[in-house]
Design a protein around this ligand. Sequence first.
Ligand code: PMP
Length: 369
Amino acid sequence: MSPKTLYHNLVRSNIADMAPYTPIVPFDVLSKRLGIPAEDIVKLDANENPYGPSPSVYRALANEKDYHIYPDPDSTALRQALSQYTGIDATHIIAGQGADELIDLIVRLFVTPGDTVINCPPTFGMYRFDTELNGGKVIDAERKADFSLDTESIVEIATSGKNTKILFITSPNNPDGSVLSDAHLRELLQLPLIVVLDEAYIEFSGGSRADWVLEHENLVVLRTFSKWAGLAGLRVGYGIFPHWIISHLLKIKQPYNVNVAGSAAALASLADVRQLRVNIRKIVAEREHLYSALRNFDFLEPYPSEANFILSRVVGRDAAGLKAALAKSGILIRYFNTPGLQDHVRISVGKPAQTSVLLSALEIISEQA
Ligand code: PMP
């Protein structure tokens, strides 16, 4: 923490009061810290795609001629290709620097300081982060024990006159991988607020509601290339919006938000969907294998998941300690020090060989009980 200067009062008060962000330790730093070569680290902590991008992405990046030219502010080619992929007209699509950028833009469009946003934890952290960053107030409608939405509580918050602007829902949800039912979504769309449905993991489950946007003026669907297409490092996502929201978002979006490399990589991925679907099928098969294997450990209670990760309750052991023990062997999984999740760990689905390394390490840990 830097010492306070004469000018510290100039910082926006909601930011001055915010807790500092805990950054993820970069791979190379971690490798040095653990004394394990980077290629031997089994990284199952951030829901990345272990198969990486399509080979055609590397070719597209090598052949790209326009790195010295600013990108197309409208991402025209990418939106056209996304239209084919999603079946939704390109006029409903905005591309962004990851779904993360779109979450921030949506909050900035609707939330003025003092407005509220409904969050349904446990869930992805950026909804809260961006709301607080923009001076909004987050009201939590905690999920039930099986991680389904508490729709009664959501309705109560949304209709209690607190200037509620947005409801964020994630399906499949991160960190548990459960999906939202059609009936719940239909009910929530009746509320007088914007429903943002985050489908970052939809390719692992199917059943996208992207086309519901065409019939609901208050629905936004977010998607990303980070998971199914293995482009997390290139930061490309997109949203499907009703036209009236697009017209406002285009006023506030940074013109060059999707860069030339990200755009080229996303286009190459969309031209190679068949191959990428092979990887998706491998991940889904491995998820089911991992789920059954985790159930064999008496200290783990995995939840069924429709995404590329599995949340497990850790029984009779310290979940943070389990994460730390695996990290010592170069296996990274996710522990959340947040209410409701302190006795849980989330493991991303890797390649079969990574699952084997994980399971062997869990066997050793299990014997050390
Ligand atoms: N939404 C959810 C539910 C996520 O879990 C993540 C990534 N962990 C994102 C959005 C972020 O996606 P992107 O990489 O496109 O910013």
